[in-house]
Design a protein around this ligand. Sequence first.
Ligand SMILES: C[S@@+](CC[C@H](N)C(=O)[O-])C[C@H]1O[C@@H](n2cnc3c(N)ncnc32)[C@H](O)[C@@H]1O
Length: 250
Amino acid sequence: MEELGTHSTYRKSGNGNSPPKALCAQFLSRSEAQTFLDIYVCRFSMRNVTHSKSVGFFETQFQRQIREQDYALNPFETLALDYLRGTVLDLGSGLGNLSLEAGRRGHRVVAVDASPAAVARIHTDAQRERLPVQAIQADIERGIIDQSYNTIVAIGLLMFFRRERALELLQAIQEHVNPGGRAIVNVLIEGTTYVGMFDPDNYYLFPPNELDHRFAGWSILASRQETFPAPGGTRKVFSTVIAEKPSRPS
Ligand SMILES: C[S@@+](CC[C@H](N)C(=O)[O-])C[C@H]1O[C@@H](n2cnc3c(N)ncnc32)[C@H](O)[C@@H]1O
């Protein structure tokens, strides 16, 4: 597993043969990257960027949205904004509309996505507005979270992995939310008939109440199921859970 080092050089562990992927340096000069690494370490371990069908689907969509300057928050991001606390990890950040708005509101944010166009857009806007938002291009399929945050957001992400990986990531999210912090998770659930954006062998429609069950022991601040029409007469059914981790283990 390649890993972003915490000091002056990137380091790799495991048996990777290629040079470590420079998450931050991809869009930062060396001095900028070093400054960032010194003050706010984005310790999201990763390997090479994915070329999955899902990521290709979003890359095409994001390129069009960037051309059209279409940066509206979606309803899940709008809901999430009021629940953010402290440092934020935005997994599968897409174009970064939530991450950038969180930065404007004073949160320090690490945004992670596999889409080069999206990550470049986040970096450009964060730099221009001088926001404390770091964009990282990474394949979350193979990465791990190795730092804790006050809030971890995964809106519209976990269904793009097979069940085992989706649940592993959900558990990693839960483990890396600081005590008293928050997880904001939104997934597609059973009943969804729009599957055009999925890799056939690599997706998971959650059972309707699975998210709520998996946050047992947390305070549920919001829990919603919503259905939206999708192309070709299909539909998307979403579950969103916003939960606060107990301050002390029960
Ligand atoms: C439905 S979009 C959600 C984007 C954003 N959270 C939002 O609410 O608009 C799913 C996002 O997950 C990203 N994604 C899917 N698979 C990924 C992977 N293996 N690694 C990193 N990002 C991935 C896509 O690039 C896309 O930005």
